[in-house]
Design a binder for this molecule. Sequence first.
Ligand code: ADP
Ligand code: MG
Length: 240
Amino acid sequence: MSTIVRSIVISGANERMNTANAAVRPGLFVSFEGIDGAGKSTHIAALADAFRAQGRSVTLTREPGGTPLAEKLRTLVLGDAMDALTEALLIFAARRDHLRQVIEPALARGDVVLCDRFTDATFAYQGAGRGFDEDVLSTLEHWVQAQDDGQLRQPDVTVWFDISPQSAASRLADARVPDRFEAQPLAFFERVAAGYAARAQAAPERFLRIDADADRHTVWQQVTGAFVRRGLLAIMVAPR
Ligand SMILES: Nc1ncnc2c1ncn2[C@@H]1O[C@H](COP(=O)(O)OP(=O)(O)O)[C@@H](O)[C@H]1O
Ligand SMILES: [Mg+2]
């Protein structure tokens, strides 16, 4: 199979193709979102392989986390009881460190950054799920994500794994010991799922909705198909 090297120019959510050298490609920032058990982690590594197979350098990372400091904050947030404002402050502190140490340098190098959760998760979990003040979250978002030109750093593409909370819960019941969020009742995940739907409705050009109730093969085809249609992957890649 021939390798087609393509470079991608991203301007906000608008992509266009050119044939410039790989070294001068602008970065591409992709976040993976969806409730616990939706299938994000299952598919993010395979998408990293697909981009690498097409000559892209990939930074695969996650939130909260992605740096030594942010991973310590992740351990606290996922394990220790705390009030909603403390939780939001720790998550945005972790995001700040992650942006400065990992995400911005990777994008400046021209990497594809694949991030397992980003700020949409904060609005879905802390905002819609916990009922925390979304105006405060917006203020923190501006403090943490404002760039020199005043624009907020946001993903270019958000892959949204949309799944029914019941399906996600039954997958998780078989899969792993729940963390502090995964142990929440179904009603919590219904609010979080509604929060994601509202975020997607507010930024339809950024969100790629995936029907994550489907089997793995169908989900993978949806993910790669969406990137191919946007001109971000050159070919469909066989599932691993
Ligand atoms: N499409 C799918 N159909 C059935 N099970 C799946 C599917 N995708 C993932 N799983 C399984 O569901 C569980 C949760 O998947 P995971 O990728 O960890 O979700 P997330 O990272 O979104 O919390 C894992 O045991 C995984 O193997
Ligand atoms: Mg995961």
